[in-house]
Design a protein around this ligand. Structure first.
Ligand code: ABU
Length: 494
């Protein structure tokens, strides 16, 4: 059997089509079961050259038969890292929410484009309702939102809208509409996408001004105020401030109310990058971390992180309605005809700089329906409970682990593993330097063993340390106990 035996090439192909899709679904279901099986490895690591040798990746001239395609499907998953495995703590997006997966399957079957109501009526309405729900949670009374391909692009949309609001002529006249060099402000620990936005928008990375942070990684408001005044004195034109709610490495929450005061004082756009931390808004116990978010002009919030929605699912929300369309609209006649037989305000495609837009709403909507607001509140509180358990465990074994931050604000837990030979060495920069050399070696051992995955990086004056992320509902206390023992088993002699 080959592709021609399936629908639509073979209009009598209902049975083989069903059989083929069932068998692919079985491959996927088996993978899901292995993902949650703690006896199965997270990965079977191969160097790229080795992997090329064991896989047949070439595109053939002649059709391959369907049995071979099923082998290809199995092989693709055989060497894939199981990012939903309870001991995968490597990225901000960990886990595999089964309901969201079902949503993604349905999305693929529907295979539509989110630019017009004309071809995605149900999904457009779902997006409308879900985005309004998220804006309400943020604290915006009205406004507008869109799902974007990732947090970086969401942040870019915020900066574009801010510039459009301050200089509406920019869209037509470009740089000639500006009275001087625009600059934006973001903390030293914020996501690199703000620098990327400054580059992409023609501001230049020098005009992405990095504000110093305190010992916990939070923006220092007095420094923000000072830097704004300094850039004005140099003749620059500040227009945008990004506060981060959940920094990538430390998980720090910038003090939003204080940043809002400064933005108000200087009449600047106030954006909150809550791509990582936005989930705290769903919990009564945690939302105080983002007190003041309702004063912002825009918020990035990625449900594919703390909320566990399947990748990718990123949202950007605006307090003011109408800005997105006014900023980005190009009025392509072939797509966004104004005389369609329905309310064309439901055509979302002209609000964005991309044309085609993937359907990222259904897997979010379906998961939210399954849990309700109440379920998501429990979800968030559980992640914090597991994080607290991990922190206490690490602190209780201070001969083997040294915390980088004593009290993490989010589910990022930063620490050094201390191998046996360094346990008696006195504290100080030399010891940290050696610890910084050990962590990548330990990461290599983890990947070879395939039993655990935790990311590492340097930050500020701190050499390489581990950043453990708990953003999956699958993680339990036994996994945390396992992780601590496994780090010591793999790293003791380093
Ligand atoms: N902004 C993407 C974050 C990647 C990560 O640290 O997992």
């Amino acid at each position: 059997m080959i592709y021609k035996d399936l629908l639509p090439m073979n209009m009598d192909g209902n049975a083989p089509t069903k059989e083929f899709l069932r068998r692919v679904a079985d491959v996927c279901i088996e993978y899901v079961q292995h993902t949650f099986d703690r006896n199965s490895k997270i990965l079977d690591f191969h160097q790229p050259e080795q992997l090329k040798d064991v896989l047949d990746l070439e595109i053939p001239h002649k059709p391959l038969n369907l049995d071979q395609l099923l082998v290809d499907c199995k092989d693709a998953l055989k060497y894939q890292v199981k990012t939903g495995h309870p001991r995968f703590m490597n990225q901000l997006s960990c886990g595999l929410e089964v309901v969201s997966l079902a949503g993604e399957w349905l999305t693929a079957a529907a295979n539509t484009n989110m630019f017009t109501y004309e071809i995605a009526p149900v999904f457009i309405l779902m997006e409308n309702v879900t985005m309004a729900h998220m804006r309400k949670i943020i604290g915006y009374k009205y406004g507008d939102s869109i799902l974007a391909p990732g947090g970086s692009i969401s942040n870019l949309y915020a900066a574009l809208a801010a510039r459009h609001k301050m200089f509406p002529q920019y869209k037509e006249r470009g740089l000639f509409a500006l009275p001087g060099e625009l600059c934006l402000f973001t903390s030293m620990h914020s996501h690199y996408s703000m620098k990327g936005a400054a580059a992409a928008m023609g501001l230049g990375t020098n005009n992405c001004i990095e504000v110093p942070v305190d010992a916990r990684g939070r923006m220092i408001p007095a420094e923000l105020d000072r830097l704004i005044q300094e850039s004005k004195a140099k003749g620059k034109v500040p227009f945008f401030v990004c506060a981060t709610a959940g920094t990538t490495v430390f998980g720090a929450f910038d003090p939003l109310n204080e940043v809002a005061d400064i933005c108000q004082k200087h009449k600047l756009w106030f954006h909150v990058d809550a791509a990582w931390g936005g989930g705290v808004l769903l919990s009564k116990n945690l939302r105080h971390k983002m007190a003041g978010v309702e004063r912002s002009d825009s918020v990035t919030w990625n449900p594919h992180k703390l909320m566990g929605v399947l990748l990718q699912c990123s949202t950007i929300h605006f307090k003011e309605d109408g800005l997105l369309i006014s900023c980005n609209q190009m009025c392509a006649d072939y797509l966004f005809q104004q005389d369609k037989p329905y309310d064309v305000n439901y055509d979302t495609g002209d609000k964005v700089i991309q044309c085609g837009r993937h359907n990222d709403i259904f897997k979010l909507w379906l998961l939210w329906r399954s849990k309700g607001d109440e379920g998501f509140e429990k979800h968030m509180d559980y992640l914090w409970e597991m994080t607290e358990y991990l922190v206490q465990k690490l602190k209780s074994q201070s001969d083997k682990f040294e915390m980088v931050l004593e009290e993490p604000e989010c589910t990022n837990v930063s620490f050094w593993y201390i191998p046996h030979r360094l346990r008696t060495m006195k504290q100080g920069p030399e010891r940290h330097k050696l610890l910084g050399e050990v962590q990548p070696l330990l990461k290599g051992r983890m990947m070879t063993a395939g039993t655990l995955m935790i990311g590492y990086q340097p930050e500020d004056e701190y050499p390489n340390f581990f950043r453990n992320i708990i953003s999956s509902q699958a993680v339990n206390k036994d996994d945390i106990d396992f992780m601590i023992e496994e780090l010591d088993r793999l790293g003791y002699d380093l």
